[in-house]
Design a protein around this ligand. Structure first.
Ligand code: C5P
Length: 303
């Protein structure tokens, strides 16, 4: 066992630069071609020895974070402990900066961070492949939170292949309230059924992957695509106003982040990011904004 008294892990949010969604599978999930980009908006999870498994949370959205066993950080500690036949005797404190239920994988990030923090606290040295297995059991986006950078996710999003990415600058507009990911996927199914045309197999766009590798924001702007965006806009029509406000203020491209309701704006450089964020803040179409750069590293133990 380790002699550490506490371990803190920093973990990034993500934006999907491409989210291609296939038809619903028999297990209810959807096959995806999901190009993830980790962005420099971080949660920190601190694991400290305790008599039993407990979770606390601080940050502007802390009231909306469940502190019971439904929290992915708690489930990560339980799964890791069970695998090693030990008790999950740990307190997990989440310093939350990633929007909650926002389509930026904030819950998944906390799951990956807790897993890494407990592994270090308990001195387990679990092989990376086994950590990734546990991440996939926790949720489709959790493996990417561990890995970070830029990656193509296939299957339900959990099978990762790293991809090359230059540096890009982003603004995120945080909406009031969250959106449920299952509800957005259900709306995707409903809209597809109403349209009546077959849903193609999801495939990564070669143009998007090459734009990502080039680091040229204008090229990337022309290729961004999120198949969940019509579903998110159908459930939350006001998001169209946020997207329009960001585009009017000079963003190169605007899209819903994952299942939303956070909206993402690709900008040319850090200066434009500040300008677009200020216009969005003043527009009254969102609750708050965040500025970030990408790609960011995955879950990392802090010294
Ligand atoms: O994997 P995760 O628990 O994060 O997924 C949450 C929900 O999102 C699933 O229960 C499912 O409704 C939906 N989902 C999906 N297809 C995926 C990923 C998620 O339908 N590939």
């Amino acid at each position: 066992m380790s002699t550490r008294t506490s371990v803190t892990v920093r973990v990034p949010a993500k934006v999907n630069v491409q989210l291609a969604v296939g038809a619903a599978r028999p297990d209810g999930f959807h096959d995806l071609a999901n190009v993830f980009l980790a962005v420099s908006l971080f949660d920190e999870v601190t694991a400290t020895p305790a008599d039993s498994l407990t979770v606390s949370c601080e940050g502007p959205d802390a009231d909306h974070v469940p502190l019971d066993r439904t929290n992915l950080a708690a489930r990560a500690a339980e799964l890791l402990a069970a695998r090693h036949g030990i008790a999950p005797s740990v307190h997990l404190h989440i310093a939350k900066n990633i929007p909650v239920a926002g389509g930026m994988a904030g819950g998944s990030a906390d799951g990956a961070a807790a897993l890494l923090a407990c592994d270090a606290l308990w001195g387990l040295d679990t092989p990376r492949a086994e950590l990734l297995d546990i991440c996939a059991a926790l949720g489709s986006d959790v493996p990417f939170s561990l890995v970070g950078g830029a990656a193509l996710g296939t299957g339900r999003g959990e099978l990762l292949t790293p991809v090359a990415s230059g540096t890009f600058h982003w603004v995120f507009a945080v909406a009031d309230g969250g959106l449920s990911t299952p509800a957005v996927f259900r709306e995707f199914d409903r809209l597809a059924a109403a349209e009546g045309t077959p849903i193609p197999e999801p495939e990564a766009s070669p143009a998007l992957l090459s734009a990502l590798a080039s680091g040229d924001p204008d090229t990337l702007a022309a290729t961004l695509a999120n198949d969940l965006q019509p579903a998110a806009l159908s459930l939350r029509p006001q998001l169209a106003d946020t997207l329009a406000a960001g585009l009017d203020s000079g963003a190169l491209a605007a899209l819903v982040s994952g299942s939303g309701p956070t909206t993402a704006f690709l900008v040319r450089d850090p200066e434009s990011a500040l300008k677009v964020a200020a216009v969005l803040d003043a527009s009254g179409t969102c609750r708050t904004t965040r500025v970030a750069a990408a790609p960011a590293p995955g879950a990392t133990v802090l010294p």
